[in-house]
Design a binder for this molecule. Sequence first.
Ligand SMILES: [Zn+2]
Length: 128
Amino acid sequence: MAMIYCRDCGYKHSDRARACPKCGRVVFDADKSIVIYLVLLWLFGVFGAHRFYAGKVKTGLAILIMFLFGLFSFPVLVAFASAGADVAAMLFMGLGLISFFAACIWVFIDFIVTLCNIRHPEKIFAKK
Ligand SMILES: [Zn+2]
């Protein structure tokens, strides 16, 4: 745990704090660029790249897993289903499709939220 100085009031506090205990300024990594974030979101959003960049590894992994599960479940299960339409395989394929579209919708919502907060990087890069 390191100590940092608040960029607004200069109060020294833990870098693990979500906000400055004195003035309430949200702690975020000011070196991160909203432009790079948007480019990653636009080009590699379904791989969770923008969330990895923002330091939100868990939700980045969630998007990545949901997208890849959906992507790879589809051709594999089409092959299974054509070999003999199995209800369980069809159900699994349905889950894959839902997972795929859920990841896409999540990334689309991330894009809208980012555009709405483009002048407030602390809301995008805030810890936790
Ligand atoms: Zn402060």
